[in-house]
Design a protein around this ligand. Structure first.
Ligand code: ATP
Ligand code: MG
Length: 393
């Protein structure tokens, strides 16, 4: 491959004052993690306010870029060619060689930006830009200089060696994983919760996850689908500890004892309680769901309040104000959509009432739950004890 290194640009994190080093180190370690999946010996280095990935002689460029475009905190990736410093004449030859390989027959406008990190270089940045620019004009007669609105920005960085780049690939933005705390995602097999997890991870939050499984009403395939979704999200978020809770007995007991139109809300209140139990164990600072106002009966503001009533931790709902179509767009972009729409049954839909309450009162829910007092503690205990923990990613 013709590029020797990749310059990693990051914006938001660079302005964090003295926290800057924490963020940069987190970004470096996430870049290293993502490149483990790509074959070749990559060296990631922090060099005077920049991060460079130095590439091995042989590597798969597309795979490398694909891995890096999943690392939160990266705003831009610039593929760089590096030349030895043999003075200004050789530099002109090298930049022409760069142009011929990367932009053969270039006929648009350009401007050269020179940054002189090595102060002993005998020419100023201005002199370098103008001399090298002149050489490009000679070598590429159809190209022209435009210093105000150039179509192409050619960057020359003078360090111990000479770094040349002009291409830029968009990164995912956000904050590096681990810089934003840790949270427990309620991950179903649907479209919304994987997107909710992705969005939290984008802000640097490390994820744990919990899935409520209801065998034999929900199949092994439905569980595998959730594992697959967690794996896709983990490509962005880093490893996810997934808890698979056997929820069948609790659901059947609620079904037996409580008014059927209240089932979904009461069930969701138990989901939150169990999620919070594991969240505490994992030292999480909050719960995350894929709820969005008004999407279904259990997601009206009153229903959300009734669900929230049992939580002591903050509940983050990153897609709360998104339309379904907006969530679907993100699901497609992050490649969870095709898995999410596989038609396997969900534990919520199996026991769902024909006319669920849309305006549940918290007080009424608390009263209904009293009907569960005989066995619910025992069933909860059993659900917690039989929970399977799967490390993903
Ligand atoms: P999703 O597409 O994320 O499944 P949904 O539109 O189907 O969402 P609901 O079924 O009402 O909505 O669920 C709302 C939220 O509750 C989900 O986004 C998810 O966070 C959580 N949730 C629902 N069912 C489960 C489950 N079986 N296991 C874990 N979390 C669940
Ligand atoms: Mg669902």
């Amino acid at each position: 491959m013709i590029f020797h290194a990749l310059l990693i640009k990051y914006a938001e994190i660079a302005i964090k004052g003295k926290n800057r080093y924490i963020f940069e180190d987190a970004l470096v370690s996430q870049i290293k993690r993502s490149l483990k999946a790509v074959s070749g010996d990559f060296k990631v280095e922090k060099e005077s306010g920049r991060i460079y990935v130095h590439c091995p002689e042989e590597y798969d460029y597309d795979e490398t870029i694909a891995a890096l475009t999943k690392v939160f905190g990266i705003v831009e990736i610039c593929p760089v060619m590096i030349f030895d410093d043999n003075g200004i004449g050789a530099m002109g030859d090298d930049v022409i060689s760069y142009m011929q390989q990367v932009h053969p027959g270039y006929s648009g406008t350009f401007k050269i930006f020179t940054r002189r990190a090595k102060k002993s270089f005998p020419k100023t940045s201005m002199e370098v830009s103008s001399e090298v620019g002149g050489r490009i004009l000679e070598a590429m007669p159809d190209a022209s200089v435009d210093v105000h609105e150039p179509e192409l920005q050619i960057h020359i960085e003078i360090r111990e060696r000479i770094y040349v780049y002009s291409l830029s690939i968009k990164g995912p933005g956000g904050m590096p994983s681990g810089t934003g705390g840790r949270a427990m995602l309620l991950l179903s097999g649907g479209i919304d919760s994987p997107v909710a997890g992705y969005l939290m991870a984008k802000r640097g939050v490390v994820l744990d996850a919990v899935y409520f499984h209801a065998p034999p009403y929900t199949s092994e395939r439905a569980k595998q689908k959730v594992i697959d979704l967690a794996r896709i999200v983990s490509e962005y978020s880093g490893p996810i500890r997934l808890h698979v809770v056997n929820f069948t007995d609790i659901q059947l007991y609620i079904y037996e004892k409580c008014p059927h139109d209240e089932l979904t809300i009461i069930m969701r209140r138990y989901m939150m309680r169990i999620a919070e139990h594991f969240a505490e164990k994992c030292h999480d600072l909050g719960l995350v769901t894929g709820e969005s106002i008004g999407q279904v009966a259990s997601q009206t503001m009153r229903s959300l309040a009734a669900t929230n009533d049992v939580c002591t931790m903050p509940v983050y709902r990153p897609v709360i104000a998104f339309d379904k179509q907006e969530i679907v767009e993100i699901a497609r972009k992050i490649k969870t959509f095709d898995t999410s729409i596989l038609p396997y049954e969900d534990c919520c839909t199996i026991f769902v009432a024909k006319h669920p309450v849309t305006q549940p009162q918290i007080k009424t829910m608390r009263i209904s739950e009293k009907k569960l007092s005989e066995k619910i503690d025992e069933l909860m205990q059993k659900a917690l004890e039989t929970t399977e923990v799967i490390e993903i990613g």
